[in-house]
Structures are given as C-alpha cells and as structure tokens.
Design a protein around this ligand. Structure first.
Ligand code: NAD
Length: 341
C-alpha cells in the first residue's frame, strides 16, 4: 500500500510493502547508500546496484562523511536527475538526506529505514542533520524524501539493544500524544512485539501516524512539533557526552523531563511511571552523569533563549506542553537526578 502525504513543503510517498522497485522508476541513475553492517547482512538488497557503503556509527555523522558521499556520487557519474536511496538506521538516513539535499543543490532521495527507531522516527519528518563536533544535528536541512519504504522484515536481524533503542521513542509518543498507546505498552513487552510481526507493524503504523500528523501541522517546528522533543533536550546532551545510543539517551532524558514536569506542572508520580515503563523495555533510567557538563552543553543548544531553554513537560500522560525554563531549574533537577543514580 502506498500513501501520499502532503507536507507543506513536499509530498512523500509512504510505502508499506509492495517492493522497492516501483518507487525507483522515473529516476536517472539510482545510487544506494548504506553501512557495512547492513550491506553484510543483506547483500541481495544491493546486488547489481551502485552502492556507497559507509562505516557504521554515530561518529560518521559529520560533514567529512557528507563530503565523501558527494565525492562518491560524482565518481559514479550521478547528475541532477540521480536518486539516492539511503538504506539503514537513523545515522544513514540523516547522512543520506543531508548529502542528497545539498548535492548539486539538491537531488531526489528516498529512505528505506532498517531499524525500529528509523521507521518510527528518524526517517520521517524531513529533518536531515549531521553533527558538528559536540553539537548534535547542528548542520542540516528540512527536506523530505520522495519516498519512505517500510518493511518490518529488516527488524528480524536487529539486536535487542536496537529494539529497545526504538522503544524509547515509542514510549515518548505514548507519553506526549496517546494514552492508549501508553496503556498498551504497559501490558506489552519487547519480546512480544519482536516475535509478532503483525503487532510490530501495527505499532510502527501508530507511531508513523502520530509523527506524520504532527509534522503536517507544524513542519518547521514552530509550535506542536517541538513536543516531539520530549526527553531530547537532556537526551541529546547525554548522547554527546556519554556516547550512548540515541534512544537510550532519550530514555535518560525522559526521566529528567519527568522530574522537571512534576515540579512545573504538578503532575504526580510521573518519574515512577516513566522508570517502570523504561525498565520494561530494557532502557536505562538512572546513569552517572555530571550535571555541570550537561548544563554547559544545554547552554549551547539550538533551542536556548538567553538564560532559559524551551523544555517539553507533561501535564498529563498523553498531553505535553512547552515551557520556557531557566537553566538553573534544570541544573538543580540534574543534581537531584544524580542523587538517585
Ligand atoms: N532526522 C530525524 O528526524 C531524526 C530523528 C531521530 C533520530 N535521528 C538520528 O538517528 C540516529 C539514530 O538512529 P538509529 O538508532 O537507527 O541508529 P543507527 O543508524 O546507528 O543504527 C543502529 C545500529 O543498527 C545497525 N543496523 C541497522 N539496521 C539493521 C538491521 N536491519 N539489522 C541489524 N542491524 C542493523 C546499524 O548498523 C547500527 O550499528 C541518531 O543519529 C539520531 O540523531 C534523526
């Protein structure tokens, strides 16, 4: 099934099954982009195709790699009518989307997310970014892919740690937007979704719908799209400083965001609910951090406003809000968090 979604700045074909081939028609040269893990696990997906293969890992998500992709595209003879298809997790789709959106001032690109996190979050929404030194996603564009091809078959080889990585964002969707999803997650468990492709597909579809609906209404993150950053302000800092996977960092960020929410909105018991749900999906909750380092990095955040930062808090499970909060309050909360680690 293929569904066309009209975002303000472009139409994206969301394809759920049906094969990749029909999505590749009409382009000039088709070049695939992936990483060594995915290329090794799925050689048949790249057989007979010109493919750029990058080393895996978040530390490849930088301008040097984008330059390398552009050089390889040139060497393969890609012109302005080329189509770049990024096949991989969020690191590959971020690099591919950014490289394609600036190569020759922009060529068409498509995404085939191969991780849970990629399917329910990273491939969706038109944000393509790479890191600049310690600054996460500091360089990037808002450009949608021409298509996103969803196929749960990739998830069969995904390690447990990457499943739980994706569940951090799924739990986030429950907290900010969908109390029913939150309830389902409380009775479900990771292995259950893993062993049941239909349950996993349904879950992916629900999360895709939440993200698409949010981005259609606020593509450029002026208001409600910011709510998707629940857990991400502290999460991004932790990801950079402590070299944790994205979802694991967001999990830690959600524990801190729950503590902040309890102070700011008066919501009761959120920290406990958050910790029990994260535990259920093998996600970290209390880790050793240095509050001074985290706060220093937050001060360099894109979303900072002088001595304060836009921070997403929960008013209730299923309802989030944006509050501009002083760094001091966040710093004190981080100190309280450390006391529990
Ligand atoms: N652009 C956005 O809107 C957005 C949103 C969320 C996250 N992100 C970015 O996404 C990145 C995280 O994405 P991720 O969690 O997918 O990490 P990732 O891309 O590093 O993939 C995680 C690991 O899984 C491996 N892998 C990929 N597919 C596999 C498969 N089918 N089977 C086995 N192994 C597989 C990869 O090689 C890698 O080692 C971060 O850089 C984050 O900033 C971007």
């Amino acid at each position: 099934m293929v569904e066309a979604v009209a975002f303000p700045s472009g139409v994206v074909q969301l394809a759920f099954g049906g094969g990749l081939e029909p999505l590749l028609t009409g382009a000039g040269k088709v070049v695939m982009l992936t990483n060594e893990h995915v290329a090794r696990l799925y050689p048949e997906q790249f057989a007979g195709r010109q493919t750029i293969v990058l080393p895996p890992g978040e530390n490849t998500k930088d301008v040097a790699t984008v330059a390398r992709v552009a050089e390889e595209l040139l060497a393969l003879g890609a012109g302005r009518d080329a189509l770049l298809v990024a096949v991989g997790g969020g690191v590959i789709t971020d690099i591919g989307g950014f490289a394609a959106s600036i190569f020759m001032r922009g060529i068409r690109f498509g995404f085939v997310p191969t991780t849970l996190l990629g399917m329910i979050d990273a491939a969706l929404g038109g944000k393509n970014g790479v890191n600049l030194n310690l600054h996460k996603n500091m360089l990037g564009t808002f450009t949608h892919p021409a298509f996103i091809y969803f196929d749960p078959k990739w998830l069969k080889t995904l390690p447990t740690v990457e499943w739980s990585n994706g569940f951090a964002e799924i739990i986030k969707y429950g907290f900010i937007a969908d109390k029913n999803l939150y309830d389902e997650l409380h009775s479900g468990f990771l292995g259950g979704y893993r062993e049941d492709p239909d349950a996993a597909s349904n879950l992916i579809r629900r999360c895709v719908d939440i993200k698409v609906d949010t981005v259609v209404r606020d593509e450029k993150e002026k208001n409600i799209r910011k709510l998707l950053n629940y857990g991400h302000t502290v999460g991004h800092a932790v990801e950079t400083l402590y070299d944790l996977p994205h979802g694991h960092s967001v999990a830690v960020g959600m524990v801190v965001a729950a503590m902040v929410s309890e102070q700011v909105t008066g919501i009761v018991g959120l920290e406990q609910l958050t910790v029990s749900l994260l535990d259920r999906y093998y996600l970290p909750t209390y880790i050793k951090i240095d509050p001074a380092n985290v706060t220093a990095l937050l001060r360099a955040d894109k979303k900072r406003r002088g001595d304060a930062v836009d921070f997403i808090v929960l008013e209730a499970v299923g309802r989030a809000a944006i509050h501009t909060l002083p760094f001091q309050l966040i710093h004190e909360t981080l100190q309280a968090y450390v006391g529990r680690s």
